[in-house]
Design a protein around this ligand. Sequence first.
Ligand SMILES: [Zn+2]
Length: 326
Amino acid sequence: MCLIAAALVWSSAPARRGAAPLATARPSPRIPAATATAATPTPTAATGSGPQRLQGATPGPIRLAAPLLTLGRPFAGDGLGLKAAPSYPYGTTGGGAYILHHGLDFGNPQGSPVRAVAAGEVVFAGIDSDGEVYGASNERFPEGFYGRLVVIRHPLLLDGQPLYSLYGHLSRLRVARRQHVKAGDAIGAVGMAGIALGPHLHLEIRDHAQDYGRTYNPDLFLAPLAGEGLIVGRVSDPAGKTMPKVAVNLFKLDDKGKAGWWTATATYPDGPVRPLPELDENFVLSDLPAGRYRVVANAGGGPIQADVTVVAGKASGVELRRKVSP
Ligand SMILES: [Zn+2]
């Protein structure tokens, strides 16, 4: 989606990613105590060739098999233009300000070249109301939900399903259906077509080209930027079931162990966004400089927290499990 656009003011955003303007999600004013109370530090062996389950995992680096963490960014260059808006992650409503997000938003200026995140074949390049529907609903929007968009099928499989990337709200198309592209090829330009309120790119990863309900969190597929990693987490109840719509705050720990607020998100609701089946995550915090962090979930009945080390180029997994029912 992308009513977020108006809130994306990267030109004035401070260098620290987490300090970009949040919609309505605000960090807890209370810095958590240094004692970690996260649950169950029981290591779980990875199974098969898929990603490692988070349930019961010790906080720290986990193995995510390709195509996870392998795709390029949809923009060239460096800096904030490569990073999605931290105020509106996948599976959140930006603190209640927007509709549930099925992708990530990149706030680059109108006309900026948008690039393929991996090689593949263009399966759609057109307007989201030309007989094929890719967004949630095209009613009320003459250009459809995503307006001008491109969908690419990649020769990559996830659970036996082909992987697609979708680029929405474009001002211009630079490819046509059935065209083959390489990673990094310019496929269009940033715009505000469809429901967007301002120029930005909406990026999705799907395992079915035309199904709005078949997305995954793109943060799990994009390769970390130099010196950075990500945290993949799940907040769960005492029975191990994921808890929806729980506020999650992230604090960075300095070398003395003091915590400073970094960013915030919320756990996925119960559908229609999806965790990776093998991982069963319900939040991801991405583009984090390597270092020590404290993750705090406000799941009712007091915060649940754990300290996590983020390693450059890797995902760190953490499960925050409630010990007793709220
Ligand atoms: Zn969006």
